[in-house]
Design a binder for this molecule. Sequence first.
Ligand SMILES: [Zn+2]
Length: 363
Amino acid sequence: MYAQSSGEQAGPLSRPAAWRRRSASYRAGRRQGDGFREQMRLGRKGLAIGIDIGGTKVAAGVVDADGTILSEARRSTPGTDPRAVERVIVDLVEELGSGHRIRSVGIGAAGWMDLDGGTVLFSPHLAWRNEPLRANLQHLLRRPVLLANDADAAAWAEWRFGAGQGEDRLVCITLGTGIGGAMVMDGRVERGRFGVAGEFGHQVIMPGGHRCECGNRGCWEQYASGNALGREARILARSNSPMAQDLLGAVGGRAETITGAIVTELALAGDAASRELIEEVGEWLGLGLANLAAALDPGLFVIGGGLCSAGDLLVEPAQKAFARNLTGRGFRPAAGIQLAALGPNAGLIGAADLSRVSSRVRS
Ligand SMILES: [Zn+2]
């Protein structure tokens, strides 16, 4: 689904193909006594800018070939006007690019890109509807631009530089306000036939359950996300249960202000009710992962997003529920479940790296 430069045939970026070409090119270089120049090309000129467009902020960074961020800049997301968002992107690239030689730019955003990576079909936080973003940006930035779904970009970064290294059947789950999903399979980001795979958060896990913003009821993200944690904590706080005293005390008695982040903080400080609430979310998480394992059979699930700061308080109940619900348990190897390693910058690192690898394939 990833962007190729305009006019080229587009298609899913295949890492094995990219790597084979790179090694072939290395070998050819060495044969010609040109190894040093080749390494310089892949090293210094390999800098890329990654830009992660969120609902409230736009984060950007210059990323090298090892996934290290060399410099960073941030802006507020300028409303939903596509032209204003483009101006912010141009502004960030100019600011960050002044001290570096930038080869390409990768943009990660929530939403669906068409399979040839030129058009944003839909983005929930922005007004992009069938927006030809890549063409607009390549014209403005005069560099190769790659568009990626933000969850795909984060998964790619975890696979290349983080918790998913060495795993060739990887599923990444991002727990935030909802659930983001992405897969890196055999070295390529798997987006399905139409480019919209990975919407794991909307598997119906409780028919007739909580209403989801997708319009259905009982979606997984209504049970295993930061928002779900906040909602359950508010319900508990309003129940007058003595269990919720510390929770209510932490927000000055205003139950409506409790969020998943507050519950996580209290749980880490030892509050029993908050720990129980996170355990419950962990159990829902494990159940959903067991469903995904039945369908996809990955070697590893990497769990990222804000809720991950709960650490083992979340992962251990998830692992137990996963083991208890896994199809064929006891007769099959089971996928691992690990926390993400790269934190909130995974999206921009992955977007930059995808653009760098993709532009290298074209060269
Ligand atoms: Zn839903």
